[in-house]
Design a protein around this ligand. Structure first.
Ligand code: DC
Length: 235
């Protein structure tokens, strides 16, 4: 059966990567977490004093951009692609609240986006890919066969993210996490470069009251229906 491109965009912490990972495993597709790429660049900036006191030294970042290599390697144990920064596995280090607090600023920089988008297009050029982010259906793959726009209630999203951080040993308050999510949504939707907007042909998926299994089944059915219609039209 032919493979398609699935673009998943949406607000912060509404389960895009959970859905994308499960879909990729079920369909034997490649999963690319584009947020992880912007997080890896942010981690590099924090580690190399390109971000100091929350201020980004733009000339220094641009000077270093060609030295920042972001890649993915498939992990057979977690059954998912994991992100590497200049050859170092950073999957855990990029998930801290510190990185989350600075990533929107880094993701708003034109040159950073150009570099990441070109990598993303290269990684997805053979289809059979599930890519999640903020601009996948609108900018990276505007011709994706299936576009989803995910959302969920703010309190539910904050609680889910807090649980995830706690399970990794990071302790924060619900208010702190909610503030981070709302600030990122605001920054991501109002920035000049490829802001987060719903693609005209995207299907909205509000998972406030859906379990992981329910949302996975719903999307698998959408893909099955799409492929069936396509194959019927071709034959
Ligand atoms: O999906 P995430 O929370 O890991 O993404 C981290 C940040 O990266 C998010 O605040 C917005 C930015 N981002 C983006 O601007 N474009 C993408 N395609 C993916 C993420």
């Amino acid at each position: 059966m032919s493979k398609i491109t699935v673009a998943i965009d949406g607000y912060s912490s509404c389960g895009k990567s959970t859905l994308a990972k499960a879909l990729a495993q079920k369909l034997n597709y490649n999963y690319i977490d584009t947020g992880a790429m912007y997080r890896a660049v942010t981690l590099y900036c924090l580690r190399n004093n390109i971000i100091v006191n929350s201020v980004v030294n733009l000339p220094m970042l641009l000077e270093n951009l060609s030295a920042i290599q972001v890649s993915f390697v498939y992990n057979n144990i977690t059954k998912s692609s994991e992100v590497f920064l200049n050859g170092e596995h950073v999957e855990k280090d990029i998930r801290t609240l510190e990185v989350a607090n600075h990533v929107s600023k880094i993701a708003s920089i034109k040159e950073v986006r150009e570099k990441m988008v070109s990598l993303q297009r290269e990684m997805g050029k053979h289809k059979g890919v599930i890519m999640d982010g903020r601009d996948i259906g609108t900018h990276v793959f505007p011709d994706a066969e299936l576009k989803l726009f995910m959302t969920a209630d703010n309190d539910v999203r904050a609680q889910r993210r807090l649980d995830e951080l706690m399970s990794k040993g990071e302790h924060h308050t619900l208010d702190e996490v909610k503030h981070n999510i709302e600030k990122r949504d605001h920054d991501d939707t109002t920035r000049k470069e490829s802001p987060l907007i719903q693609a005209k042909d995207a299907i909205v998926l509000d998972n406030t009251d859906l379990s992981k299994e329910e949302q996975l089944n719903y999307v698998v059915k959408l893909i099955d229906d799409f492929l069936l219609t396509k194959d019927t039209l071709v034959n």
